[in-house]
Write a protein that binds this ligand. Sequence first.
Ligand code: TRH
Length: 377
Amino acid sequence: MKATWDIFCSVVDNYGDIGVTWRLARQLVAEHQYAVRLWVDDLRAFERMCPEVDVNAEQQWRQGVEICRWPADWQPTAAADVVMGAFACRLPDAYMEAMAQQARPPLWLNLDYLSAEDWVAGCHGLPSVKYKGVQKFFLFPGFQPGTGGLLREAGLLERRRNFQQDPQARRDFLQGLGVIPAENARLISLFAYENAGLASWLEVLAADSRPTHLLVPEGRILGDLQRWLGVDGLLAGAVKVREALTVQVLPFVRQDDYDRLLWCCDFNAVRGEDSFVRAQWAGRPLLWHIYQQQEDVHLDKLEAFLALYTEGLSPPAKAAMTGLWRAWNAGEGMGESWQALLQEWLEVAEHAEKWCLGQASQPDLAAALVQFYLNWI
Ligand code: TRH
């Protein structure tokens, strides 16, 4: 009998918690043939990226995954063979008790946040706390050998490359979103938290000799965008033109379509965790708005990633990339660093593909989790 998996996802805020666990659950089913239950405490964020999700259903099947509402009032449930809490979420007490009561206690995992910091490889797979004899283990995604790697479905890069080599597929996809960029326009996607640096970036794009078509999925950055445009109530479908810059607001699309959007663009501004990884698989230059944490600990994570990512770049390209990312994450002026990046564009674009291939040569996170389980039994 194949093992059963329970994945617990508490939606703290935004879309990253459900984005990551939904991706992982699907991959465990599709590529490793496990029976996976995904427990989610709030289905509304989920519905945005997977519109067929019924937000009122206690239980439903989606793409082979059993989706269960994680109720505040937990009902007795037998534990699975592998139990994963995502991002340090606390499992229901009664469920932990059920784990402890099982004749063969399950493998208990905590899937942690993604970080490029050096300590991650040393902590991946280490034992954590115990509950009545059930041992919990830390699992860390990461970029370096010895970590759990990144989520990457089988055949992802081939699909991405086929799409990018097919101009008609790109045109059709964009047209489906109502996007018809000018022939020579630079296409940029923008998914970010509120950012005081946005106006300075838009200024320089508007003043550029080459047109830019900026695609902005509905979300937290719209307030800054509206302020710069001097308009209110921007909704999906809105198109505004300021000199060389065309700004278009997009609906929040399903997760697979968001991938295609990233594949279409010459440059992707992403945020959090999952969109950040997907932009890397797109093989195009990117800008990361990191999720802000208390006492600015996120800035160490930003620097750790930058140090890794810019390895092998020439000093001016490295300086341009680093300058742009630091400015964006400090909410500072973007004009100068954007110009500097444009000077290094060819190198930075080649580097994005190289980085992607390098990361793809490591085992993916789902495979690493399965291997961890197989080593454990
Ligand atoms: O939404 P986020 O800011 O999520 C964050 C981070 O994960 C952060 O690390 C975590 O601490 C916090 O949540 C709780 O960014 P992220 O991780 O990129 O997740 C966005 C998800 O939304 C990702 O799976 C892609 C998906 N998405 C779509 O499906 N369609 C869209 O149109 C867009 C813009 C995103």
